[in-house]
Design a protein around this ligand. Structure first.
Ligand code: LLP
Length: 417
């Protein structure tokens, strides 16, 4: 069920009209529905009831403190990929003991920080990282809980930029290397191999690649058991797609299929969903600044751009664009573009809309990888973010001021001639 509905034609987020939000907070503004985030998280919780599990929300999808806090209060753990994400989670009230740390390039400083904070598990992606973790842990007189990220060489059938489980991708290690790393971990005092993990990609629309990966992991756990390496935590990553255009598998169906595969296995199941929790909970509200019909294409130039929402420019991603208040008039195909000086700066192409200057548009499914991938390109301040909860609107991310754009910069004083 969407929490973005029309009341008297106007688009609402829960009980608040997007028109009112734009009038109060300006545009472009990200608007998130609290009920929608809760519903997606609960769908995971419900589907996993009765099974030992931990849902580690992938912070990279949307790392706003208010959203992390809301999920933490519901018992979520977190999947982080940097010191910044770890500190954000802790700042938002998350529990370090429920954090898994993913990523191919963890630095010494990040490893030390995560060890000091006492995270649940390091998802290790290479021999070099494992050795570095052992060194850092031993210097701190700590034992690092370790999981090795397997690359199962499974085709997730998604965009090549967000496919991670193929041999040619930089992520994880193959089964032979994994076995070797587990032996090293077992024989190193500062390392405790407790888990096995994988993540094969994002926006995956078919459950089968997940099941293929799970089968691979089950076989690996059996192999390791023969060497007396006992895995108690199985992390199957994130990656479940959402319905931007075509229908994605429901969370409950995906989990049911996975649980069916794991019925004989006594391990805690860890998941790292990001998009499927927050994508459909957010929209980006933007205003039409100019209409520019030309002999070839019609451009609707809006006040949001690729720096606010990069997905269309980077992956050619399609996200629905709706008028906040539909108007009557001729429907024309518009390329909805931003003001940034790049031809890649589009939010949608050939969208049939009746538009006038000043109209508000809502870009749907913008709760994941929207704000979190935004930048200041073209010296554009980042958008505001609001969280709607019933009829309350909370400003959870202030629009950046122009001054903050150059706050970190300085002009060197010139030596006098
Ligand atoms: N775990 C790991 C190790 C990951 O790398 C990712 C996403 C996730 C979990 C969460 O995956 P999700 O459930 O959100 O699919 N910017 C791209 C998506 C990049 C995903 C990167 N890794 C986009 O906008 O489509």
């Amino acid at each position: 069920m969407s929490h973005f509905t029309r009341q008297h034609e106007v688009l609402y987020c829960e009980d608040v009209s997007l028109e009112d939000i734009a009038a109060t907070h300006g545009t472009p503004t990200y608007v998130y529905s609290a009920a929608s985030i809760d519903a997606a998280f609960n769908a995971y919780q419900r589907a996993l009831q009765g099974r030992s599990h931990l849902i580690c929300y992938a912070v990279k999808a949307n790392s706003n403190l208010a959203i992390l806090n809301r999920l933490a209060q519901q018992g979520a753990g977190f999947d982080v990929v940097s010191a910044g994400e770890l500190e954000r989670v802790l700042h938002a009230g998350g529990d370090a003991g429920k954090v898994v740390f993913s990523g191919v390039g963890k630095t010494r400083t990040e490893l030390a920080l995560a060890l000091e904070k006492g995270i649940r598990c390091f998802n290790v992606e290479s021999e070099s990282e494992l050795m570095q973790l052992a060194e850092v842990a031993s210097a701190l007189r700590k034992t690092a809980p370790v999981s090795i990220r397997i690359n199962p060489d499974v085709d997730a059938g998604t965009h090549p930029y967000i496919s991670t489980g193929l041999r040619e991708n930089k992520f994880g290690v193959d089964a032979t290397t994994a076995r070797r790393l587990y032996r090293i971990a077992r024989n190193t005092d500062a390392l405790n191999p407790i888990g096995l993990d994988c993540h094969i990609g994002s926006q995956i629309m078919d459950v089968n690649p997940f099941l293929e990966a799970v089968d691979f992991l089950i076989a690996m756990i059996d192999d390791l058991r023969k060497e007396d390496i006992l895995i108690s935590h199985l992390d199957i990553g994130g990656g479940l797609g959402v319905s931007y255009e075509a229908a994605a598998p429901p969370i409950a169906d995906y989990i049911a299929a996975v649980l069916d595969r794991l019925s004989a296995l006594d391990v805690e199941l860890v998941l790292e969903p990001g998009r499927s929790i927050v994508a459909m909970a957010g929209v980006l509200v933007t205003k039409v600044e100019h209409l520019k019909p030309t002999s070839h294409r019609n451009f609707a130039i809006v006040d949001a751009a690729m720096n606010d929402l990069l997905r269309p420019a980077l992956y050619g991603a399609w996200q629905e664009i709706c008028p906040v208040t539909p108007r009557s008039g001729e429907i024309v195909e518009w390329d909805v573009v931003g003001p940034v000086c790049e031809t890649a700066d589009f939010l949608g192409k050939a969208r049939p809309l009746a538009l006038a200057q000043g109209d508000l548009l809502s870009i749907m499914g913008a709760g994941a990888y929207g704000y979190s991938m935004s930048s200041n390109y073209n010296s554009r301040p980042r958008a505001a973010e609001v969280l709607v909860d019933g009829d309350s609107v909370h400003l959870i991310g202030q629009r950046e001021s122009l001054e903050t754009l150059w706050q970190r910069e300085s002009i060197p004083t010139r030596r006098s001639q």
